[in-house]
Design a protein around this ligand. Structure first.
Ligand code: ZN
Length: 159
């Protein structure tokens, strides 16, 4: 009786320890950072920050999810070239200009929600040999549509 209890407790202890280790490992693979935007509409290059997190995760093959938990911001992949960034801002303005938005009756940012929805609030990229696979002209941007604000970016690395 006594020995059975002891061994069960031992087994349970091991199971709990294993579970805890799995949880800790999972926790390590989820990182977040914040940044402060300066303009109402803005593109902020976050490639270096995301790549640093992937490197620190030590995951060699897997996926990385870059997600922003906001409905007035987005995650975009494009070239970090000043002309192109201005072109994006121009097209964002054009998409939402001259329209009478119903949401503005309760909150003055329908355009921000719409642009965020169109760009999307997350991207998933492959990781191989410890590096994110992306094209030379594919930098990772946070797109601000209702700034200036503090924005959170969640980076989840999955094996
Ligand atoms: Zn709103």
């Amino acid at each position: 009786m006594k020995t059975e209890d002891t061994s069960r407790r031992k087994r349970q202890g091991r199971t709990n320890w294993t579970r805890l280790r799995i949880l800790l490992n999972k926790a390590k693979m989820l990182k977040e950072f914040t940044l402060l935007t300066e303009n109402r509409h803005q593109l902020v290059d976050i490639t270096n920050k995301v790549e640093k997190i992937v490197k620190e995760s030590k995951i060699k093959d897997g996926l990385v999810l870059i997600f922003t938990p906001h409905s007035t911001a987005g995650i975009l992949l494009t070239e970090n070239e000043s002309g192109l960034k201005q072109d994006f801002l121009k097209i964002f303005e054009k998409i939402v200009s001259g329209l009478d938005f119903l949401h503005n009756r309760i909150d003055d940012n329908a355009d921000s929600h719409i642009l965020s929805g169109l760009v999307g609030q997350g991207k998933t990229l492959p990781i191989e040999n410890g590096r994110i696979i992306r094209g030379t002209w594919q930098q990772i941007f946070l797109t601000e549509f209702d700034g200036p604000r503090t924005r959170k970016i969640i980076v989840k690395v999955i094996k």
